[in-house]
Write a protein that binds this ligand. Sequence first.
Ligand code: SAM
Length: 270
Amino acid sequence: MSARLLLIATPIGNPEDITLRALRALREVDELYAEDTRVTADLLRHHGIARATRSCHDHNEDARADEIVAHLEAGRTVGVVSDAGTPLISDPGFRVVARVRGAGFGVDVLPGACAAVAALIGSGLPTDQFAFGGFLPASGPALRARLAELAGFDGTLVFYESPRRLGATLDVFAAVWPDRQVVVARNLTKDHEQWISGTAVAARAALAAETRGEVVLLVGRGAPEAVDPDTRILSLLAEGMDAKQVRDVVAAQTGLPRREIYARILTLRG
Ligand code: SAM
């Protein structure tokens, strides 16, 4: 095979969720770069593949990109894998691909498991349009602002979420999108795979006190009937929220600009 970069998808849990082409590439590429060499060693061992790997992660990706281009210039094939699923999807590798393409070398994708797509197709939510939002911000105000940006999207929203933050995130969803359907897809393809579906309040109630494992969080599109912003502002103010909280919640529910909502709040309150 001529010098090329191969982006190789690996399983997200069940080690058998890997393609024949990926297994062959893992065996045959001249150089294999892994996000965490110990994690990839377990996968290789499971499939009876004995070979060396080198690390390529967020903290050394630029240096590794130079190294990978040098391998390609020497006529070698290079594979890249992440710890699980499709490399570059909320995982390192984008800078490597940009550098490799910039240097004029070919890139082959070896598709396979991806937690976002697995969760989407099993969720029961519409798949005709979806947006992948990666990991949501951890802080409350940044999270509300992000949801405000996404509020107008007419399709299913898909996020990766830490199990530690899941409860707090569902609380914010319950405040801003009380009527939307939420799906929590946990530990896909593993033991203890779990699907929770309902409103954010119901999903929150169904969670075990301590949630472990890995989670994809999905949200269905908003109800077609528009939320009346003035009615919502008045009811949230009556609940005791301050003006900025009301602005963020109403922005997330209506998709209207935050500045415009803030002006309405001041008028209605005044
Ligand atoms: N590149 C991976 C992919 O293709 O899905 C995603 C890597 S990202 C760093 C890891 C996140 O993916 C986890 O925090 C979780 O949100 C999600 N994830 C990965 N495996 C999962 C699984 N088996 N079940 C549910 N979510 C999973």
